[in-house]
Design a protein. Structure first.
Length: 406
């Protein structure tokens, strides 16, 4: 049987896992208030409610772990009482067997007394009219009871009888004495049987109460766990739904901003402003806007390892194609994209800058992820296998810096 402490640790791990899942669904950092769809405050409140329900589930899980340990004790107690009942039934069966044998012995002794009495009575009938008065007196004693108080006195008269008559009377006397002994044993066996039956009945009632308590406690624990899990699941689903709606709204708004910005640049280029001989915007800020806006048009396309478009991307494939739109050639590798331009302080980021994640070491491969900054602390990136191009906060623990490609 596991200890209560082990069960508590397991309950705490479960609660921590649930909390971790809920925290992972939190609102994106830096999301602009007032965007279409659920507001940041609504998402935050839903996340807080989900975390509160998770906390309650964790607390309930801890209580259930303790209650389950108590239930095991209750189960052991019920099993002990059931076995006690089984023991009482064994003792009752033995007592009933002893009582049955005693009754049979009494019946056999009564037959012997009756046979002896009939033999004496027959002898008396044969000697009717000339029978010794002492013999007649002995023959009249009842066959089913014990000798009366004058029995020993009358037995002294046997000396006046013949040997055959004396032998018959001795057999009757012995049979009656045996009957008395067996009757006493039968009474004792009957009392023992009654006591054993009462003990068995009490043990059965105690076992039935313990089992009923065990069943009720098991059902109560299952119901409590189901309620806690159902509430936590509902709160988590609500939080996830709002986060997803908020994310979709932010992506729609970003795509719309990109479309309007592209239209403005097209109008400016057509009017002869802001373009060089190549047809691309000349300022780094304007080029970064074009790269960021194009990346936003790729939202929802699947991540595929080593892919660089047009239907799927990995992280560096997406950034390579985005800056390609403004004539900047990048390698399909985060290691060289990190050195593709000057490093930019995080408090001076512009749209289109590349943000990198991993570790800065002598090995360029330790920088393992890249995204395109779009403003408000957010980026567009291709996260991982099984996911799609999406918007996410840049503020991760493994954020190492940013580069502005040239």
């Amino acid at each position: 049987m596991q200890s209560v402490e082990n069960r508590r640790r397991r309950a705490a791990m479960l609660a921590g896992l649930v909390c971790g899942l809920l925290v992972a669904a939190a609102v994106p950092a830096g999301a602009a208030p007032g965007s279409p769809g659920p507001s940041a405050d609504e998402v935050a409140r839903a996340g807080a409610e989900a975390r509160e329900q998770s906390r309650r589930l964790g607390a309930a899980t801890s209580r259930l772990a303790e209650a389950e340990a108590e239930l095991e004790d209750l189960t052991a107690r019920a099993e002990k009482l059931i076995e006690a009942y089984n023991g009482e039934m064994v003792r009752l069966a033995r007592a009933e067997e002893r009582h049955r044998r005693s009754v049979e012995q009494v019946r056999a002794a009564e037959v012997q007394v009756e046979d002896a009495r009939r033999a004496v009575a027959a002898l008396a009938a044969q000697s009717y009219g000339g029978m010794d008065p002492a013999m007649a007196m002995m023959a009249q004693v009842g066959g089913g009871g014990a000798p009366d108080g004058g029995y020993l006195r009358r037995m002294s008269l046997l000396t006046h009888m013949g040997s055959s008559q004396a032998e018959l009377l001795r057999q009757l006397r012995d049979a009656r004495e045996v009957l008395v002994v067996f009757q006493g044993q039968a009474e004792d066996a009957y009392a023992e049987r009654r006591a054993a039956a009462e003990s068995a009945a009490e043990a059965k009632a105690a076992a039935e109460r313990a089992v009923a308590e065990q069943v009720a406690e098991t059902r109560r624990l299952a119901a409590e766990r189901a309620v806690a899990e159902r509430r936590a699941d509902a709160a988590r689903s609500a939080a996830d739904r709002l986060v997803r709606q908020r994310q979709e709204a932010l992506e729609r708004a970003a795509r719309e901003r990109a479309r309007r910005a592209a239209a403005r640049r097209d109008r400016a280029r057509n009017g002869g402003r802001g373009s060089g001989g190549s047809g691309w915007p000349t300022g780094s800020s304007a080029r970064g806007d074009v790269a960021a806006d194009w990346a936003l048009t790729q939202l929802g396309k699947p991540y595929v390892w080593a892919a660089d478009g047009p239907d799927s991307y990995d992280c560096s494939g997406l950034t390579m194609r985005a800056w390609e739109r403004v004539g900047v050639r990048l390698d399909h590798w985060t290691g060289t994209q990190w050195t593709s331009g000057p490093h930019v302080p995080l408090n001076a980021l512009r749209r289109g800058d590349l943000v990198f994640f991993g570790r800065i070491t002598r090995n360029p491969g330790d920088i393992h992820h890249v995204g395109i900054y779009i403003g408000d602390g957010m980026m567009v990136h291709a996260p991982r296998t099984g996911d799609v191009v999406r918007i996410a906060p840049i503020w991760r623990r493994d954020l190492v810096g940013a580069t502005r490609p040239t």
